[in-house]
Design a protein around this ligand. Structure first.
Ligand code: ATP
Length: 259
């Protein structure tokens, strides 16, 4: 399969082994930002096909997933991706671990859809002309032929999010990280994108507040104040998390500063 063949060739560059079933290992990983502890002594191994992250605002979910493709490096402890510590392979990681941001405006950098998709292909070594041709064919295969020439600024939020996902997928990473991909989408668009994601061959790590979508995942990590509060199958973790939300809403007073 092209995905894995390409992965093998690219991985040789920095010693990554994209055939490891355990793709991420965190050993006592902690992260401080501006002197504040954000993630605290996290030890987990990730190998499941679909992993979801839940937790309150500020619990550290985005910071956690940023460790997985070296957008952040741990302040202490180790994060290994496909066997390599992230500081040793940061430049090559985007080819293997694709990252889709919550806000497409933070990700898309080119004026048109075709250029945005073609960029990933140039990163894999294609010349500009063949990258653009391949980008058009790729968009057509994903039902987006009509968007090729469109300026990204004219797309709907759902279209922008889809293009951002495709811009990552065109590089055929082995792992896809999605940080709250459905936040600004209507229910139908979110459902369609969620179905598309469910059919992908990649391993997925997704931050989401949508407990219904996460119920179909293989494993859920519940983060609280920078630590893993619970780690297990959705049938165990999601009801416990939902009950905790209910308990907090009933017993804790609400102020703007508690957000
Ligand atoms: N650049 C930064 N500098 C200082 N603190 C930061 C920075 N980025 C995040 N933080 C803090 O780290 C903590 C965790 O933030 P993070 O964005 O990882 O949480 P989250 O669970 O993804 O939140 P949300 O659900 O609101 O997106 C928060 O207290 C946040 O204020």
């Amino acid at each position: 399969m092209a995905l894995w063949t390409k992965g093998r060739a690219a991985a040789r560059e920095c010693g990554l082994d994209p055939f490891r079933s355990t793709y991420a290992v965190l050993e006592g990983a902690s992260l401080e930002l501006n002197g504040q502890p954000v993630l605290k002594d996290i030890t987990v191994s990730l190998k499941e096909r679909r992993i979801g992250l839940v937790g309150l605002n500020g619990s550290g979910k985005s910071s956690f997933v940023r460790l997985l493709n070296a957008l952040r490096l741990p302040t202490s402890g180790v994060v290994r991706i496909f066997g390599q510590p992230t500081p040793d392979c940061a430049a090559d990681l985007p080819k293997h671990v694709g990252f889709v941001f919550q806000n497409p405006d933070h990700q898309a950098i080119f004026p048109t859809v075709e250029e945005e998709i073609a960029f990933g292909l140039t990163q894999l070594g294609r010349d500009r002309k063949s990258a653009r041709e391949e980008a058009r064919a790729f968009l057509a295969r994903h039902g987006c032929a009509g968007l090729v020439e469109r300026p990204i600024s004219t797309l709907s939020e759902g279209q922008k999010q889809l293009i951002c996902i495709l811009a990552v997928l065109v590089m055929e990473p082995q792992v896809l990280i999605l940080d709250e991909p459905f936040t600004s989408l209507d229910g139908l668009t979110a459902l369609r994108l969620s179905q598309k994601i469910a059919g992908l061959p990649q391993k997925i790590v997704m931050v989401s507040h949508d407990l219904t979508t996460l119920a179909a995942f293989d494993r859920i990590l519940w983060l609280e104040e920078g630590q893993v509060r619970m780690d297990g199958v959705p049938g165990d973790v999601l009801p416990a998390y939902a009950a905790d939300l209910e308990r907090r809403a009933a017993t804790e007073s609400w102020t703007g500063s508690s957000l």
